[in-house]
Ligand binder design. Structure first.
Ligand SMILES: C[S@@+](CC[C@H](N)C(=O)[O-])C[C@H]1O[C@@H](n2cnc3c(N)ncnc32)[C@H](O)[C@@H]1O
Length: 285
């Protein structure tokens, strides 16, 4: 089949899990594919698995945290849909998981929900375009952009053609901001992304932390650096400080993702050091 994967229809791509578009660089590890490996997916390659195995050798609980984080994302979307939010800007989408993506949850509650996905990893977008078609009453769109250049998202025609930016939007950056180092000014990025949104918009975030196992994370940091993936963890207060002025963090505040509106508050939860992700939801005043 000729042409870029992005020029083909979803049917032409005839995707199967693990399919590799020819233009994807599989020679080095990528964070999205390492995360897919932790979640038990098949869209990962030898360098991703090697880097992920090295990281797991340092910190076997990586899988626990990845799963807790994905479950948080789905509860977050369900919570937002329950608040009447039908527009989502999901930045750092990750490789899709059948039936467990933002539009699946949102459109199950409100079929007219509209979701714009953004990622800078071409394999995420190739799979997302082919797999995440959504309910006919709603709409999904995909933007190939780096969040470190927020204007490339804000100026992209797919954003304004999919979302009505005069109505509340939920902006999600779930397990993404720890890939944005301080030099790249993550707080300014969030401010730029959310400045023009109306009151009642929401910002849902999660973030890796070394608050509970600092020595382990020091080693983990080296493992990721060696694999060519940069990033940094943040403490609870550093994470909370990323929320732009004019937004208030809603209950229960900044908490471990497993403690954020759990389905069953009585059910046993893994210890904090195994979870290592904080989550929060903020609302624009
Ligand atoms: C750990 S995954 C999280 C996926 C999903 N949000 C979740 O929580 O299950 C992080 C995602 O962020 C994307 N990402 C990392 N840095 C990015 C950047 N600078 N711009 C856009 N996406 C980025 C990666 O490609 C990957 O798909």
């Amino acid at each position: 089949m000729s042409g870029s994967v992005f020029d083909r229809t979803p049917e032409q791509n005839a995707l199967v899990e693990g399919w590799t578009p020819p233009e994807i660089d599989v020679s080095r590890a990528q964070s999205a594919r390492m995360y897919d490996y932790y979640l038990g997916g098949k869209t990962n390659f030898a360098p991703d698995r090697e880097a992920a195995e090295a990281a797991l050798a340092t910190f076997p609980s990586l899988r626990v945290g990845a799963q807790a984080n994905r479950a948080f994302l789905l509860r977050l979307v369900r919570h937002l849909a329950g608040l009447g939010i039908t527009q989502f800007l999901d930045i750092g989408t990750g490789i899709p998981i059948e039936g467990r993506n933002t539009h699946d949850v949102a459109q199950a509650i409100a079929p007219e929900s509209r979701v714009v996905y953004v990622d800078n990893d071409p394999i995420v977008l190739a799979h997302a375009r082919a797999l995440m078609t959504g309910h006919p009453a709603g709409s999904t769109a995909y933007i190939d952009a780096d969040v470190r250049d927020p204007d490339s998202i804000l100026d992209h025609p797919a954003l304004a053609s999919t979302l009505d930016l005069t109505r509340p939007v939920a902006v999600l950056l779930v397990a993404v901001l720890h890939f944005i180092v301080d030099e790249d000014k993550p707080a300014e990025i969030l401010t730029r992304l959310t400045d023009g949104l109306p009151s009642g918009s929401h910002l849902g975030l999660s973030h890796g932390t070394s608050d509970f196992a600092p020595e382990v994370f020091e080693k983990l940091y080296e493992t990721y650096q060696q694999a060519g993936v940069s990033g940094q963890t943040r403490s609870r207060s550093e994470f909370a400080a990323l929320v732009p002025d004019g937004w208030e963090i809603t209950a229960p505040g900044v908490d471990l993702v497993t403690h954020w509106h759990p389905d069953d508050p009585e059910a046993p939860r893994p210890d904090a050091e195994h979870v290592y992700f904080y989550g929060l939801l903020a609302r624009k005043r």
